[in-house]
Design a protein around this ligand. Structure first.
Ligand SMILES: *[C@@H]1O[C@H](CO)[C@@H](O)[C@H](O)[C@H]1NC(C)=O
Ligand SMILES: *[C@@H]1O[C@H](CO)[C@@H](O)[C@H](O)[C@H]1NC(C)=O
Ligand SMILES: *[C@@H]1O[C@H](CO)[C@@H](O)[C@H](O)[C@H]1NC(C)=O
Ligand SMILES: *[C@@H]1O[C@H](CO)[C@@H](O)[C@H](O)[C@H]1NC(C)=O
Length: 343
């Protein structure tokens, strides 16, 4: 009886653990609502099967790395109207299924490069009403499914095209109320947006905050021709023009020159393997000549030796003397010659 009670209570405890709802939150079929509770941190013990998490209207001021490790199934995360000023680099790591991330009405002023890197399923990203002054080019990976991107009411002066190019499916862009600086740095964005609208994209407006010439004007309504040349891109343009000019300049006298160069290269390339057979032939000829010369020399020596031997034999025969010295014909030959000459 006692054992059964113990079992029952432990089962109830486990059930509570599994289906437990954090204090101050309301849980209802995979949706957890912890909004407007004065929370300063992410509540612990979130049910692991949570799909929607409402954390808006609290005072959460920081997100540590892997902050949502316990709810890996999350689809929607609302952190609107909190006190977030920084996000740890891997704060959203592990949320592979996250589709909606709402970070509006916080105090974010910067985002890490690759801040949203593991969120490949993201469909809506709202960063509006923060103090962001710069967005890194690589915020996320290739966001195939991102359709809504909002950065309204921040401190942005420009937006790198690369960010928009990482979201090929984007349909809604909310960019108004920033500090857009409408110089030629924004020209790339302007061109991208024109194409975006042409393809059916929906956006609010980019109203220039500077320079004074364009203050209050809509970026997309400023004709391209009226862009004042910026020193940096124009110098870039100039340098590229110079390069083009230089290459054109090169191209004209280069044709004969480069031809001769090529020819020389070719001849060099052809010549290089040539010396080997030439050398080889030369070597072969040398060997043959040396061989022949050696042969002749040997033959001559042989003839001389035979002649010497024969001569020695003949003289020995004529003398009829003891033949003990005939074993050394050359020596005896010389001696005999010496001996014989005065005699
Ligand atoms: C933001 O949250 C606070 C509570 O933290 C609440 O009093 C305030 O009304 C909220 N602001 C908005 C605009 O919802
Ligand atoms: C984020 O939350 C704000 C405030 O609730 C809302 O106006 C906005 O539409 C939400 N953004 C997205 C992308 O759902
Ligand atoms: C985009 O959404 C589709 C349909 O929901 C899904 O099958 C696909 O895996 C998603 N793509 C990525 C990169 O998550
Ligand atoms: C954010 O910007 C607003 C106005 O743009 C400013 O009033 C506020 O003090 C800034 N907050 C922080 C935390 O920088």
């Amino acid at each position: 009886m006692k054992g059964e009670l113990l079992l029952l209570s432990s089962v109830i405890f486990l059930l509570q653990m599994a289906c437990g709802c954090p204090e101050k939150c309301h849980c209802h079929s995979n949706s957890v609502d912890c909004s407007q509770q004065g929370l300063a941190e992410i509540p612990p013990n979130l049910p692991p099967q949570t799909l929607t998490l409402h954390l808006q209207d609290n005072q959460i001021h920081q997100l540590p790395a892997f902050a949502f490790r316990s709810v890996p199934q999350l689809r929607t995360l609302n952190l609107c109207n909190n006190s977030l000023s920084t996000l740890a680099p891997r704060a959203f790591h592990g949320l592979q299924h996250l589709e909606v991330l709402n970070l509006t009405q916080n105090s974010l002023h910067s985002l890490e490069n690759r801040q949203f890197h593991s969120l490949s399923q993201l469909r809506e990203l709202d960063l509006s009403f923060n103090n962001i002054s710069h967005l890194p080019t690589s915020l996320g990976e290739h966001w195939e499914n991102l359709t809504v991107f909002a950065v309204q009411q921040n401190q942005l002066q420009q937006l790198d095209r690369g960010i928009l190019e990482s979201m090929p499916s984007v349909k809604f862009l909310f960019l108004k109320d920033n500090l857009w600086k409408c110089n030629c740095h924004l020209l790339g964005l302007k061109l991208w947006l024109e194409k975006f609208i042409y393809k059916g994209g929906v956006m609010d407006s980019i109203i220039c905050a500077s320079p004074d010439t364009w203050k209050g004007k809509d970026l997309l309504k400023i004709p391209h021709e009226l862009y004042q040349p910026c020193p940096f891109p124009s110098s870039e343009l100039e340098s590229s023009q110079v390069q083009q000019l230089a290459s054109a300049h090169w191209a004209v006298p280069r044709t004969p020159e480069s031809h001769s160069m090529e020819e020389r290269d070719q001849t060099e390339c052809e010549l290089k393997p040539k010396p080997r057979p030439a050398n080889l032939r030369h070597a072969v000829v040398t060997v043959i000549i040396t061989g022949v010369a050696c042969g002749i020399l040997c033959l001559m020596m042989l003839v001389a030796a035979i002649y010497g031997c024969t001569y020695a034999a003949i003289t020995a025969q004529y003398r009829g003397g003891p033949l003990a010295q005939t074993n050394e014909p050359e020596k005896t030959e010389g001696k005999e010659l010496f001996d014989s000459s005065p005699a």
